[in-house]
Design a protein around this ligand. Sequence first.
Ligand SMILES: Cc1cc2nc3c(=O)[nH]c(=O)nc-3n(C[C@H](O)[C@H](O)[C@H](O)COP(=O)(O)O)c2cc1C
Ligand code: SF4
Length: 405
Amino acid sequence: MSLLDSAIKIGGKTAPNRIVNQPMECNDADEVGNPTELTFNRYRKLAEGGAGMIFVEALTITRESRARKNQLGIDEKTAPALERLLKEMKRINAKSLILLQITHSGQLSGADFSRRVSVYPLSGQQTHILSGEEIDQIGDDFGRAASIARQVGADGIDFKQCHGYLGGEMLRPVNTREDRFGGSFENRTRFFCETMAKIKKSAGSGDFLVGARFSVYEGIPGGFGTRGPAEVVEDLSEPLAFVRLMEKTGVDYINVSAGIPAITPEIVRPTKNYPEGVYRHFGWAQAMKKQARVPIIGSGYTYLRDGKNDLKEPDPGKKNFLYWAEKNLKEGICDLVGVGRQSLADPLFARKILEGKSGKVNYCTACGSCSVLLRNQAQVGCPIYFEHYRKLLKKVQKPKADRRT
Ligand SMILES: Cc1cc2nc3c(=O)[nH]c(=O)nc-3n(C[C@H](O)[C@H](O)[C@H](O)COP(=O)(O)O)c2cc1C
Ligand code: SF4
């Protein structure tokens, strides 16, 4: 039996295999943040796909500040529809662990349709700087969202710290606010620790899973994974200390990512422009795994495909997803391997791989079209393999003058 196909304990639950569908926001909720039929269809397919862990995309804890016009929400209004979604997924597949990623978009909130807020002043930009009381309130809202996630039948939550949204903003050295949420490492991680305590209190008893995804290195001056507010050289001292701290707060797993899609996309998702980005993800996961006792999820595996990639290894058998996933699991680089874009291109990816049908996978070409849709606030999916999204892509790519007619 392959390692990919082996079960693993996460907290008090068991994931049936080591493939993870990473959270992938698709901006197809209705006007209050409920999942629509399109959302249901996507997650029905992912449930059928049978990955060991399935993360439901970034759900906003508030409509007031959000990154996507049609972002899924998690609040009292959306709870009944989320419950139906979870029920449906569990009916199709009772084994996979299904977790909801909960987020506040902070300075990446869309100013056109919501309120852009920030933890610290942004040079040359008008943004509301959150007060300490407002930050406390946001922490309470995360606690409430986690409790809703539990009520609607999720196996757990992912408290989003990655990719430049509010959780990530808070952590970075450039957050030099002078109150208890900025400056020292202790202050910059206070929001995480206090909010985790709220999450644990409202939802964390029994075997309900609580974890976090964070960007180890953001790739901007003063970003997380650097030594100071004006530094850009990678330094993993703080990310490692953060892993220790996360474990102290009682996380059941840690999902290791990197970069900020809106600013440093090539760090988040490797493409032919920088194929070796895949190896950097391996390195980040390994560094965090050496520190951690809880399971570590690695990111950035999509680009490997079936070996048809631009990595400088001539033997396709030694540079594909299966080869690296097995090798990394065997060598303790990570405990689970996550795919993002690949799960849009082929939601049945995990099942096909585990059944030995890798030749039948619709491989992601890393073309970036799903990100184009996301940037344009359109519904997101894979235009390479799905007609609906192909039409949407054509629409957003139309020259502006054309669109008026
Ligand atoms: C369209 C799109 C939506 C995404 N949505 C989320 C999200 O909701 N939460 C998150 O943590 N990461 C999100 N990501 C990042 C992916 O989960 C993943 O980390 C990234 O695509 C790199 O992994 P891959 O190489 O396997 O695609 C998104 C990426 C894309 C392209
Ligand atoms: S649109 Fe391109 S990058 Fe996105 S999932 Fe499809 S093939 Fe992959």
